[in-house]
Design a protein around this ligand. Structure first.
Ligand code: ATP
Ligand code: PH2
Ligand code: MG
Length: 213
């Protein structure tokens, strides 16, 4: 989604959560400053594993494992949303791509993302106004990554559209030309989540619904 289309949606999301755009912009600049020639994954490398492929986007709903048991993973490029990467790693599955803002459910989850990166996952690290501390602490431990923002993209900081980790995975797949996108581990109506997560899931449902899949 180009930024002109995304921007009014982004403004509505900021308003709904009471988040601050300036904070997001500062975080994006901070993350951009951590990119080097050695640690930057190119867009063409990411595109090569998504374009024209069947893509499975994994969210971290409680049903993820059960959904995966019914899917032949070798048919898909697997993209994991933050905490879902840890679930996959625990099943000895290294996702091809991970979208994370590094605020997964525990430090152990982040360690599993770092391990996945060492084993070849392309990690899209997302900067926003509430994760600068996490960026500072963990980004140096990722061998290679792609930087993303929800604000205006610049230089090598990309915005494919989407807000929370799960819907950003979906937008990455769609924007980079996946042949078809399937979801696993998504329960938008989950009652066992806190109010903020509930709101994020409401937006995720709406954002993913923009595309007909
Ligand atoms: N019922 C659900 N509970 C949690 N996550 C879900 C659910 N259904 C779908 N998801 C998707 O899984 C993604 C990863 O969830 P997880 O809770 O592991 O990470 P998170 O880092 O806390 O998420 P976020 O930072 O996006 O709020 C979410 O961004 C969401 O889009
Ligand atoms: N400013 C801000 N932006 C976000 C946040 C957050 O907590 N604050 N959480 C996200 C992932 O769910 C996505 N974007
Ligand atoms: Mg997260």
């Amino acid at each position: 989604m180009d930024f002109a289309t995304w921007e009014p949606i982004y403004e509505r999301i900021l308003e709904d959560f009471g988040f601050d755009r300036v904070g997001d912009e500062k975080a994006a600049i901070f993350l951009s400053g951590m990119l080097t020639q050695e640690n930057t994954v190119s867009l063409s490398e990411l595109k090569a594993i998504i374009s024209g492929k069947y893509v499975l986007v994994c969210g971290n709903a409680p049903g993820l494992r059960s959904d995966l048991s019914e899917i032949n993973l070798s048919d898909f490029t697997v993209i994991a949303a933050d905490g879902a990467a840890a679930v996959l790693m625990d099943m000895d599955i290294v996702p091809e791509v991970i979208c994370t803002d590094l605020d997964g459910n525990s430090e152990a989850d982040i360690e599993k993302e770092i391990l996945a990166c060492q084993k070849g996952s392309i990690v899209l690290i997302h900067a926003h106004g509430d994760n600068i501390d996490k960026l500072e602490k963990y980004v140096p431990r990722f061998r290679r990554f792609i930087a993303t923002t929800q604000a205006r993209p610049f230089d090598k900081v990309y915005n494919f559209g989407g807000f929370s980790d799960g819907d950003r995975c979906f937008f990455v797949a769609t924007e980079l030309g996946a042949k078809k996108v399937k979801l696993a581990g998504f329960d938008f109506e989950d009652k066992d989540v806190n109010p903020i997560k509930k709101k994020k899931l409401k937006w995720a449902k709406k954002l993913i619904g923009i595309y007909d899949f």
